[in-house]
Design a protein around this ligand. Sequence first.
Ligand code: PLP
Length: 386
Amino acid sequence: MNKIYLDYNATTPVDKRVFESMKPFLNEEYFNPSSAYESSQNIKDIIEDSRKTIADFIGASKSEIIFTSGGTESINHAIKGIAFAHQEKGKHIITSSIEHHAVLSTCKFLKKFGFKITYIPVDNLGIVKLDMLEKAIRKDTILISIMSANNEIGTIQPIKEIQDIAQKNNILYHTDAVQLTGKIPYNVKDLKVDLLSLSGHKFYCPKGIGVLYIKKGTHLYPLIHGGQQEKRKRAGTENVAGIAAIAKGVEIAKDEMQEEKKTIFSLKEQLKKNIIEKIPDISFNGHPSKSLYNTLNVSFKYIEGESILTLLDFEGILVSTGSACNSDSLEASHVLLATGIEKVDAHGSIRFSLGKYNTKEEIDKVSDMLPDIIKKLRKMSPLKRD
Ligand code: PLP
């Protein structure tokens, strides 16, 4: 059975052109970039060319880019690196209540070292409350880490306003741009952020490659110690194939992002319209406009998201309840709860996240199957009263 994949916020298939770009570095050009012979020079050049491509894509300078193993590492590096390097100044960090676990667990870990964390709440559409952010700032606040776009509900945060608040108070700002990158163009110099994390596998590159942008002059400790790679900022033999891949990935994104946006958005709107027309007792989560164009988070009343996911899976349709990283747990999504929706509605939510390989036929098929699945589950559900 051909699967219908509607879980692009969890991960994406590798674009064939990206796959081709990696291949030489897995066998023929396998040399360690740190080796002294001529053959390694070419590998070093590939890494530096890729760094330039990424830097250009986000409006940074080459020296502000380091390669990591993905979003989680970049985020850990940014938050722990700043925390430990600036703890003399203060031990207070501000984040939001809807961050990815990469941020939340890192902050939780830092509490063991005496850091204090403030979690800024969001409104019912998932936007961080800026007045609460201003009020939360203390003399000992060293870092604000608030995401650019949420993986579950798609809400895009007012990054510039957050940075203004950070700058006014002389506080560093890191943003988790894992979901934004490759979907919406941005320029770090316009956003004025100090640190930014991104990950390849969210935009048609392989898993295990990411980038941390560190604004020139920002002092932070490395996360991984060892050799002298990445100008001593991130030790470990470089993932050359991954680095070549992410550079190809951003080249493709740069050329094709705008066109993809139109197609993906219209497919999402089609799905939304069909759901509204065919299924009663539903509500949408997240911001209606300040949102990732590919993400549709829906609460289906009286039933569990897990049962919907399972029945869709039987039909070869792959979606998510909450974020992919906690789909093993039956805890209601912390993101949905933070927007103030009832626990029972959070449990009945499904995230559809679309990508460039989805087609109108697939959306038609999902729109045809979904109403029957929901009807069937509601018939069996003890939650439905009438
Ligand atoms: N941040 C967000 C918003 C994400 O969606 C994810 C992945 O789901 C991550 C961070 C972690 O990125 P990675 O899977 O590359 O470690």
